[in-house]
Design a protein around this ligand. Structure first.
Ligand code: SF4
Length: 377
């Protein structure tokens, strides 16, 4: 019998062991894989071309080979991706989609071509100014280009489908994910920070159709439980990603729950509502053009601070945890604006700078404990 704990364990195991999860998905689906770099790429095009899209969000913290291509003061996600590529971990990929959403990504796209010749790079050029009508047209042209580039790396194992069908699978996935994110605040004891993160992370390594079905089962089992009272403090987390398991363990140990996130790696992948009218290509373009609150994307009024304040209120969050990725300029530029808006709204803010992977949490423990005592007791 499938129990809630079985589903949680299955998905957490997939999130915690990317290589094994990808191997399982390759075997299960029989599809070849295409890698998707952060932050936002139109995965639906990859899926429609018959590939298994796989998220490439780093995952290691020691760098040797990649140092000849990328400076040590670049974000650890991109350093890790280059290192993993150069050490052959990505050799199974038929291609890698690399977007151009920040200066580091623009350089990595070119560096990857030279440093990892076994994996063809498909650059994803995005409109920098998303507020003008031309941005929509540029994205439609870009989608044509990407579909043609993906067709060139297709193999007989690919299982292509119309874009409409792939988009519908992703719409279903997004609806279920938003349901999960909306449901977690009622079950903060069963879904502590690490569990929430690993469940969401697993989506990057599984076929979205398979993953969505598992999530549907998990959700129905979760909702069948009585709602839970939670006596600790509640954080809303924001940033590029919070993939550091010792930090998530520390939050749980300090009796802090994550009630929601504005993380590029997590809910920002599916949070933007899809427009109701237009062709499927147009809807896909607007999903990117309408996306709000991601630091590397151009937004004249920078609504992230007020977005966080509203979300904190809606979720009953006690504070915002700003997870500042080391050496990420877009995040560093956003921080003062977010702080100003949250101060004005009276929402306590804890900013912590760290790499993707954190080994020691001793100093962080003191900071979080101090923050909780000073601001939330
Ligand atoms: S936005 Fe920041 S974390 Fe993401 S690739 Fe660019 S520098 Fe790295």
């Amino acid at each position: 019998m499938t129990t809630l704990q079985t589903m949680i364990d299955q998905l957490c195991a997939a999130g915690a062991n990317p290589q094994a999860a990808i191997q399982n998905s390759l075997q299960e689906t029989g599809k070849p894989a295409v890698g998707c770099f952060p932050l936002f790429v139109p995965e639906e095009l990859v899926y429609a071309a018959g590939f298994l899209p796989v998220g490439l969000w780093g995952g290691i913290s020691t760098f040797q080979k990649s140092n000849q291509y990328i400076q040590s003061f670049a974000c650890s996600i991109m350093r890790a991706n280059l290192e993993l590529g150069m050490s052959g971990t990505y050799d199974f990929l038929k291609a890698a989609l690399i977007p151009s959403q920040c200066d580091t990504l623009k350089c990595v796209c070119e560096n990857f071509k030279v440093a990892v010749p076994k994996v063809p790079v498909i650059g994803v050029t995005i409109p920098q100014n998303r507020t003008i009508q031309a941005a929509h047209g540029q994205l439609l042209d870009e989608f044509d280009y990407l579909s043609q580039a993906l067709a060139k790396v297709q193999t007989p194992d690919c299982q292509p489908m119309p874009l409409e069908e792939a988009f519908a699978i992703y719409e279903d996935y997004r609806a279920v994910m938003m349901d999960f994110v909306d449901t977690v605040p009622d079950y903060l004891n069963t879904i502590p920070p690490k569990v929430r993160h690993l469940i969401l992370k697993a989506a990057w390594f599984m076929d979205k159709k398979v993953y969505t079905e598992k999530m549907r089962t998990l959700l129905s089992l979760l909702k069948a439980q009585p709602k839970e009272a939670f006596s600790g403090k509640k954080f809303l987390v924001t940033g590029i990603m919070l993939d550091a398991l010792p930090v998530l363990d520390l939050l749980e140990e300090l009796h802090v729950a994550v009630v929601d996130d504005l993380l590029c790696h997590e809910s920002m992948q599916f949070r933007t509502p899809t427009r109701e009218t237009g062709t499927v290509e147009s809807k896909l373009a607007y999903r990117f053009l309408d996306l709000k609150g991601a630091s590397p994307l151009y937004e004249p009024k920078k609504p992230r601070g007020s977005q966080l304040a509203q979300l904190a209120k809606a979720r009953g969050a006690d504070a915002v945890y700003f997870c500042l990725m080391k050496f990420c300029d877009p995040e560093a530029f956003d921080y003062p604006l977010v702080k100003k808006d949250l101060d004005a709204a009276g929402v306590p803010l804890l900013s912590v700078e760290h790499d993707q992977l954190v080994e020691s949490t001793q100093q962080l423990r003191t900071r979080i404990q101090g923050f909780l005592e000073i601001n939330l007791s």
